[in-house]
Design a protein around this ligand. Structure first.
Ligand code: AR6
Length: 168
């Protein structure tokens, strides 16, 4: 088991599965979702349309199109409201269900963007704690041999992840 943090564009880093921070309609959008569809080409959207919908906290899988990956796992993080709308549990679900889909499909290396911390406004520090705890929990119980990369785009997230991972 390996967890690492790196900075960059998630569409450029080869792995088995790239996780997308999508919306419930799987309609594409800005942020990392836009970057994934742009770099991966139209086949990803074709499969998203066939699937149609993904509830917050769940995850679905499509082709990776032209991306350097076998599959894209689309998950939907929560929109941050005031913290009393179950946001923390829903974010944990998004990470856990993405890992579960990777596991079910035999995808052993997986990269995550910082789900919900862009347009959806989730506080970054809290989101990073949840992401790391949830992924570690999944990898340890039962023990599983995955390579997980947290791909940070902005410096703030990178520093937060480095701090948390170095502390533990
Ligand atoms: N590679 C890695 N991370 C990226 C990239 C990239 N190329 N581009 C942006 N990020 P966001 P959300 C980071 O807004 O908050 C979309 O419209 C970004 O800096 O992409 O979950 C969807 O369709 C931030 O840290 O996703 C949904 O409607 C992180 O990715 C909505 O946004 C997540 O920011 C989802 O919002």
């Amino acid at each position: 088991m390996a967890i690492e943090v790196t900075q960059g564009d998630i569409t450029q880093i080869p792995v088995d599965a790239i996780v997308n921070a999508a919306n419930e309609g799987l309609k594409g959008g800005g942020g990392v979702d836009g970057a994934i569809h742009r770099a991966g080409g139209p086949d990803i959207m074709k499969e998203c349309r066939q699937i149609g919908h993904c509830p917050t906290g769940e995850a679905v899988i499509t082709t990776a199109g032209e991306l350097p990956a076998k599959k894209v796992i689309h998950t939907v993080g929560p929109v941050w409201n005031d913290g009393n709308k179950n946001e923390e549990e829903l974010l944990a679900n998004a990470y856990r269900n993405s890992m579960k889909v990777a596991d079910e499909n035999g995808l052993m290396s997986i990269s995550f963007p910082n789900i919900s911390t862009g347009i959806y406004g989730f506080p970054k520090e809290k989101a990073a704690q949840i992401a790391i705890e949830t992924v570690k929990g999944f990898l340890n119980n039962p023990r599983r041999d995955f390579d997980v990369k947290f791909v940070c785009f902005d410096n703030e997230n990178l520093e937060i992840y480095q701090k948390i991972l170095n502390e533990k």
